[in-house]
Structure formats: C-alpha cells, structure tokens
Design a protein around this ligand. Structure first.
Ligand SMILES: [Zn+2]
Length: 295
C-alpha cells in the first residue's frame, strides 16, 4: 500500500470514529406510556429545561393546605408552613438560594422562619444549596442515611455539607402540627426519599406525596435493580391524592397552575395522576434492563 493511500485511509477511519463519538451514546430505549413516547434524553430535557429555566423562579403559589411551591421553572422547592416555623424541601442549586428566598418572601413568609431543611435525593440540582441555606436560616438539615456519603461529597465553594440528623426509612419529621414521613425509594440514588404528609383543605383531608426521581441510569446493576423493584412496589402502595415531584414536569405543574382559579376545584388534587410518572419511569427502567440485561 502506498504511503499516501495509507494516510487517506487513516484519515477516513479517524473521521468515522470521530463522527460516532460526536453523536455520543444513542438515545435509547424508547418507551410509550399513555400514547406518549419517551427516551432517556427526552425525559432529561423535560425535567431540566434550559439553564435559564433552572434558575428562573416559577410564580410562587399555594399548592394545597399549608404547602407552597417556591422553586424555579424546572427545579422544585416546597415550603411547608406551620405555626412553629417552616420546612423547606430541596434547596436546588446553590445559586438559586436568593431566587427561593425571594419566592418565600413574595408569599409573605420569612426565609429565617425555615427551621428544617429536607431533600429528595443527593444530586446537585436538588440539594447543592443546603449549606448556604443553612447559613442563611439556621435550619436543621436532615438526610436519609443512604444518601449521606453523596451529600458529604457535595461541597460547593468548599463548604461542608451540613447534616444535623440522619434519617431512616419510615422516620417522621414533625413541626408545628405538620408530620412528614420519609420513605426510602432508592434506585436513582441510594437514599432517594419520597416524602408523604396529610394536609387539610376546606375541611377535607388529603394525602400528599412528594415523589423523588425514579429515573434509572443507563446501567442498572443487580443492587440498583433490587432497589428499584422495591421502590416501584412501594410507591404503588402509597395513599395519594396530590402527587408532587422533584421536577415540576413530573406532576404537570405548569398545566395545573394554569387551571388554578378561585372557587374551582384545586387542580393539584389529582388522584388519577398519582402514578403517571412512576409508570413512565418503571417502563423506562424495565426497557433499560431488557436492553442491557443485568450485568
Ligand atoms: Zn437526580
């Protein structure tokens, strides 16, 4: 083979490899739930939106009873208001601390009234701001034991991640008449936590479920599969009237918010929609396992 031909072949081979690499791993599997098709990339895009969506406040609003939404367009943050101080679930990214504070204040509450800080799972888009929010409020940070190592590794600006109390599956967190139950629903992270609480509105009691992410990664190890199997069974058995999620798209917040009207039924009461997100994620999880098998 002539040298120039070798060089041409080498160039062709290089560009072929480069073009495959540029495409990244293929976006599959695809699953269809309720007539809508989802891929790993489409779920991620739906959850996260743009950089601007992640950092822009969604209009803060009352969800039901003493629960308020104070997060951004795509990263949930919930405030539970009690006569003895408030509970915040999820600080999101550290850079959003000021955005969340403003939303809390817009609703007429003080940021310094936050006494307890909870999280749904140890990823930066949900809990990176814990250290800063604790500095700003003095709140007690409580975390599920299985997520503690990942939280400890989360050190924005070198700050240690504060953990004042370690929780275990089934533990309760109570303040001023509000009681939240921590359910270990692992899989997305080892300590992913679904929070449940009862609220009353207009003389009726409702079961609220703050779902954690049930999204499987590209590779599902046997240990992670065991965790997901248990978690999907658990969420199916939870009493639920009001499904919420760590990303607003998981419970169609924007659509429901648009339907909020004085005197009309509260659109966040959505018993029929309680398991919609879990069904999407379970279908995706089963498809990932079917495609790759258990390693
Ligand atoms: Zn996550």
């Amino acid at each position: 083979m002539k040298a120039d031909m070798k060089a041409t072949l080498a160039t062709m081979l290089f560009s072929l490899v480069a073009s495959i690499a540029a495409q990244g791993p293929a976006d599959h599997p695809a699953v269809t739930v309720d007539g809508q098709t989802y891929t790993p990339a489409s779920i991620l895009a739906r959850n996260m939106g743009s950089a601007e969506d992640q950092e822009t406040a969604f209009p803060p609003h009352k969800v039901i009873g003493n629960i308020y939404y104070v997060g951004t367009r795509t990263l949930s943050s919930f405030l539970i208001v009690t006569p003895q101080g408030n509970i915040l679930i999820d600080t999101t990214y550290e850079r959003n601390a000021g955005v969340i504070r403003k939303s809390v204040e817009q609703l007429g509450f003080k940021f310094s009234e936050i006494k307890i800080l909870l999280g749904n799972h140890a990823h930066g888009d949900h809990q990176e701001g814990d250290a800063l929010v604790k500095q700003m409020t003095g709140a007690q940070v409580m975390a599920m034991a299985e997520d503690v190592p990942a939280l400890r590794a989360m050190k924005p600006g070198g700050k240690e991640h504060p953990i004042d109390k370690v929780l275990h599956d089934g533990d309760t967190v109570a303040l001023g008449g509000a009681t939240l139950v921590a359910h270990l629903t692992a899989g997305h992270t080892p300590g992913a936590t679904t929070w449940t609480m009862k609220v009353s509105e207009s003389g009726k009691s409702y079961d609220v479920v703050f779902f954690t992410s049930l999204r499987a990664g590209a590779v599902v190890t046997p240990a992670v599969a065991a965790a997901f199997d248990r978690s999907f069974a658990m969420v199916r058995s939870m009493p639920c009237d009001v499904p919420l999620g760590d990303h607003p798209a998981q419970y169609r917040m924007q659509e429901k918010y648009a339907r909020l009207k004085t005197g009309a039924p509260n659109p966040f009461i959505d018993k029929a929609g309680c398991l919609t997100e879990a069904r999407i994620q379970e279908a995706m999880y089963r498809a990932v396992v079917a495609e790759h098998g258990h390693p």
